[in-house]
Design a protein around this ligand. Sequence first.
Ligand code: IMP
Ligand code: MG
Length: 195
Amino acid sequence: MPLTPPTKRDRVWDALNGDIDRILLSAEQIECRVREMAAEIAGVYEDSEAGLTLIPVLSGSIIFLADLMRELPLKMKLALVHLSSYRGATTESVGTKTVLNLQSDVRGRHVLIVDDILDTGNTLRHVQRMIGEREPESLRTAVLLRKPEKAPKDVHADFIGFDIEDAFVVGYGLDYGDHYRNLPHIGVLRSELMP
Ligand code: IMP
Ligand code: MG
């Protein structure tokens, strides 16, 4: 078979993937686990009278959210929250820059916070407290990833996709300097690319 030369598109993907040291979770592994999580979550809410509101923490959770919610056979609303504990491209947690932008009232509703990763827990602690103050009927949290070595004891996630090592990961919504979110897998970023 004649070799087809790489297209511009191939080269861009290769460049993105070239910044990855190793793939931790393949697209297939993620897809399979997200489907399992959705089944677990659906089981908890299927008989609930009060409606469900999903609250994704932007931006890292968007791809997880999109895949998860399409596997949930439940009547639901969405309310977006945006906050970030990272400024620019640094990897160190530098306190929470808070923009809680909740367009819908969650009082009396079942709320499921959806986030990409439970790392130091500062973000989730903050979001859980702020949403808890609005008196939802129930409040639970789903995270795709958790770094158990770092996650503090006081921040609880009810649904966890994968426990991973304490390495900086990108892809499937997770970024470094706002890049790499579009990679379909989750990989460890090459250490020389980080300060
Ligand atoms: P926290 O340290 O648990 O507060 O995590 C805050 C946010 O930082 C997460 O929601 C992610 O968006 C981001 N974050 C934490 N660890 C990683 C990582 O390994 N890769 C990419 N983003 C991360
Ligand atoms: Mg995030």
